[in-house]
Design a binder for this molecule. Structure first.
Ligand code: ADP
Ligand code: MG
Length: 278
């Protein structure tokens, strides 16, 4: 690994400044397992891309609202992604919240979103609702990142239908790959039905602990299974991430020079280098 004395990982070039913004590429952060780093990756990869001059919209698509909370946004009476899904006449711009980081915006969610799947059962082409919403705001951003809930129901199908690419964060633990075949199956079904241009952008290994042998074994299994789809960037396990969550800030601002912040900058650069972000 090429790491400079200031901690900067130089394997991937610094993204070039953009002369104009949009239309956004859309990425779904997806894994039906909870606690694998979806929300952490959505927030911090996006915050790193904002440091590189990109305009990013985060969509909280989990009724737990962890992404909103992780950026200091609690949606009580505000318009959330749920209202946008129920009312197609509502302008999605009305739901967008600015964060403390200039260039990083959020469409929040709260527990009401858990009713969406039931409310929308009889809706016409109900797996395309999110796609229609995001098309309206895509011109204003370079990237839109959807933070999915840990399930493979209608909301996740909406996210995969709206997305150009999907990133699967996987925690380096025993059984990391358990259930992944089901997720790959859903991705394939979406490609065959509602979104034939969806691509797997990559698999991101998270919570890597170099002191354990099994973390190394999990990495080997990821490479066996996904080949070069595995990001070369790896996120190590560090308490700085939960600390940043409590502080309701991305790690890139909470602990700007930490290894964790640098790791997500590397992910951001790798994403651009692979052509999956502008
Ligand atoms: P998910 O969205 O997949 O459920 P989260 O991103 O919310 O997962 O992460 C679950 C918990 O683990 C959070 O408390 C988060 O702060 C913590 N966490 C995330 N990534 C790391 C990491 N690399 N090292 C240590 N803790 C982490
Ligand atoms: Mg989450």
């Amino acid at each position: 690994m090429a790491v400079k004395s200031n901690g900067e990982d130089t394997r991937f070039a610094k993204p070039k400044p953009l002369s104009s913004h949009g239309p956004a590429r859309i990425i779904a952060m997806c894994n039906q397992k909870g606690g694998v780093g979806k929300t952490t990756t959505a927030i911090n990869m996006s915050a790193a891309l904002v440091e590189y001059g990109r305009k990013v919209l985060l969509v909280d698509y989990d009724p737990q609202g962890a992404l909103s909370a992780g950026l200091g946004i609690i949606a009580h009476d505000d318009i959330t992604i749920y209202e946008l899904m129920l009312d197609s006449n509502l302008d999605p711009r009305k739901a967008i919240k600015k964060t403390a980081i200039e260039g990083l915006d959020v469409i929040p969610a709260n527990i009401e979103l858990s009713a969406a799947e039931m409310k929308l059962v009889n809706e016409f082409s109900r797996e395309k609702i999110l796609s229609r919403i995001l098309k309206k705001v895509a011109p204003d951003y370079d990237l839109i990142v959807i933070d999915c809930q840990p399930s493979l129901g209608l909301l996740t199908v909406n996210a995969l239908t709206a997305a150009h690419g999907v990133i699967i964060p996987l925690a380096c633990e025993y059984f990391a790959l358990r259930g992944v075949a089901i997720l790959e199956d859903i991705i394939k079904k979406v490609q065959e039905t509602t979104n034939d241009t969806l691509v797997l952008d990559g698999v991101l290994a998270t919570m890597y602990d170099p002191r354990t042998l099994h973390a190394r074994e999990v990495m080997d299994r990821l490479h066996d299974h996904f080949g070069d789809k595995v990001f070369r960037s790896v996120i190590h396990r560090t308490v700085k991430f939960p600390d940043a969550t409590v502080a309701a800030e991305p790690i890139t601002s909470f602990a700007s020079s930490s290894d964790g912040a640098e790791a997500y900058r590397t992910v951001a650069r790798e994403l651009v280098a692979r052509g999956y972000a502008p």
